[in-house]
Write a protein that binds this ligand. Sequence first.
Ligand SMILES: [Zn+2]
Length: 250
Amino acid sequence: MPMRRMTVIHRRPRGGMVLAAGVVLCVHFSAHAPETVRMTAPENPAQEASPVDQGVKLVALTFDDGPHPKSLERTLALLQRHDVAATFFLVGAMAERYPEAVRTIVGDYRFRVANHTYSHANLAEADETTIRDELHRSDQVLSRLAGPGYIRFLRPPGGRVSHRAERLAAQARLQLCMWTVQVNDFLRPPARVIAERILRGCTGPREIVLLHSGVLETLEALEQVIPVLRERGYRFTTVERIMDEPDPRS
Ligand SMILES: [Zn+2]
């Protein structure tokens, strides 16, 4: 599977911690051309502007950790009510414990699940055997529940990754998926603060927002920000779309 690397400079969400610049995203280029998004039918298709030029902005909400069945129900209900897509980076051991929660997520076409290691391991410090085991066991659990060949992305817990982990992930046919907007919701700031950080962070044509499962303040914040982001021209999508259709200006 051909892979190419691009460097993404992470912006600093106000009020949030400083993110390391130059975190690497591995972008997979599929054999087929990405879907073209049209806001309106072009008068002359040959002169059709790119989706970005037409003002189509994409944002992917991503939820790390879990599944936590209790809060998941509320999370999915909120996303469904707003017709919003999302990607859930699940911990393999938790998915094993709550298989119905995983089935519920993948049962809705708007949602995807992805690998967040088996035991929420620190991949930057783990040895080769541990990394292989963490990736493989989680992949096995999730693939059994979601279907073979389903799991495409890996988000290393805490964004911590080493060259060794990157190499082993590529061997396991997993693409690293980081983020562009971080709001530190796991520290449980008030919903108002989480909402402000999301809105301040989402300024570009392609944004991936890092959120965490089980944080009720995050759900409150999303109730506020989803309509605002739509007003600002964003479409909600899964990370697949953003990785396959990167900002042509970057
Ligand atoms: Zn995590």
